[in-house]
Design a binder for this molecule. Structure first.
Ligand code: TYM
Length: 327
């Protein structure tokens, strides 16, 4: 059976980029696979975090997974630091990874650029991510386009490890959608929408008030042509809006282009706001209904227990392979 693993960092308010690129796929894949969805708090601390804020956000992300439709009876929803094997395998794999390959990681280059001091954890971040994935014999990893390089590294580490120590890890495949793998910023549609970008107007949070996101959509950068056409190179703004619309409405981009022939951008934007208000409204309503912290903690504890059973076996296998004594 397929085994699916993915994670989201509790490092900001999740955006519609996180939803359309990743979480929406989590919901679809939980029906056809044994799925584990993690809140990767150990990854979030690779950059400075406010402790109280981090604690609050980690629970919020789990709550948001559920509000978006992840079903805890079908999928295992847990917090990374609750399963200590993530850190343990992370270390074991650091001893089987090379600085040369980490130096090539573009996310590290972007996040460390211009900084005077950079935490070691930010550099070894992709190895911890490899540990997350390999711990569960994962076959498929639903992610946005920006995580592709990390999954390729995971495969490289696993292949090398298997070659050196014998068959230990399953090789995972990235699961990246054709549309929506990279939702772009509303103010600068040649850049990825990011939960940590400075300009609030560049992104829409999943939990954002419709009146607020309406303004952002209406102000979203397009072009002066006033022709609705999907062309990412020449019309990145309009193409981005079409992609977002298509994913929220469940209607193909071609069909939307046909539907809006001869109409201006204003109509497209207005209708998009309506579709988003409806879809995000459902998520927001469910989110507020799930606000009992004791209930959430119960789900997280039971899920962590399930995850631990698998993770322990993998770590034991790795320790045996590497020659560590087990009693
Ligand atoms: P993170 O927290 O940055 O993002 C979570 C997920 O959202 C996707 N995503 C997007 N997809 C489309 N358009 C966008 N604008 C957009 N922005 C974000 C990301 O690709 C990701 O799938 N390193 C990971 C977290 C992680 C992980 C893992 C993922 C840690 N361990 C193991 C998969 C498997 C990250 O920083 O995601």
């Amino acid at each position: 059976m397929k085994r699916v693993f993915s994670g989201v960092q509790p490092s900001g308010n999740l955006t519609i980029g996180n939803y359309l690129g990743a979480i929406k796929q989590f919901v679809e894949m939980q029906n056809e696979a044994n799925a584990l969805y993690c809140v990767v708090d150990l990854h979030a601390i690779t950059v400075p975090q406010d402790p109280a804020e981090l604690r609050k956000r980690s629970r919020e992300i789990a709550q948001l997974y559920l509000a978006c439709g992840v079903d805890p009876d079908k999928a295992t929803v847990f917090i990374q630091s609750h399963v200590k094997e993530h850190a343990e395998l992370g270390w074991l794999l650091q001893c089987a990874s090379y600085m040369g390959e980490l130096n090539r990681m573009t996310q590290y280059k972007d996040k460390s650029e211009g900084k005077q001091s950079v935490q070691v954890g930010l550099y070894t971040y992709p190895v911890l991510m490899a540990a997350d994935i390999l711990l569960y014999d994962t076959t498929h990893v639903p992610v946005g386009d920006d995580q592709k390089q990390h999954i390729e590294l995971t495969r490289d580490i696993a292949t090398r490890f298997n070659g050196r120590f014998g068959d230990t890890f399953v090789l995972p495949e990235p699961h990246i959608q054709e549309f929506g793998a990279r939702i772009m910023a509303l103010d600068e549609p040649t850049k990825k929408m990011s939960k940590s970008a400075e300009n609030e107007g560049s992104r829409i949070a999943i939990l954002e008030d419709p009146a607020v996101f309406k303004k952002k959509i209406m102000r979203a950068v397009t072009d002066t042509e006033n022709e609705i056409r999907f062309d990412e190179d020449n019309k990145p703004g309009v193409s981005n809006l079409l992609t977002i619309y298509s994913l929220f409405a469940g209607v193909g981009v071609d069909e939307l282009v046909a539907r809006y022939q001869g109409q201006g951008y204003g109509n497209l934007k207005k209708d998009l706001v309506e579709v988003m208000t409806d879809q995000l409204g459902t998520i927001q309503k469910r989110y507020s209904e799930l606000s009992d912290p004791a209930e959430l903690d119960k789900i997280l504890a039971a899920s962590a227990e399930r995850a631990r059973t698998i993770a322990e076996q993998t770590v034991n296998r790795v320790k045996d392979a590497m020659g560590l004594v087990r009693l």
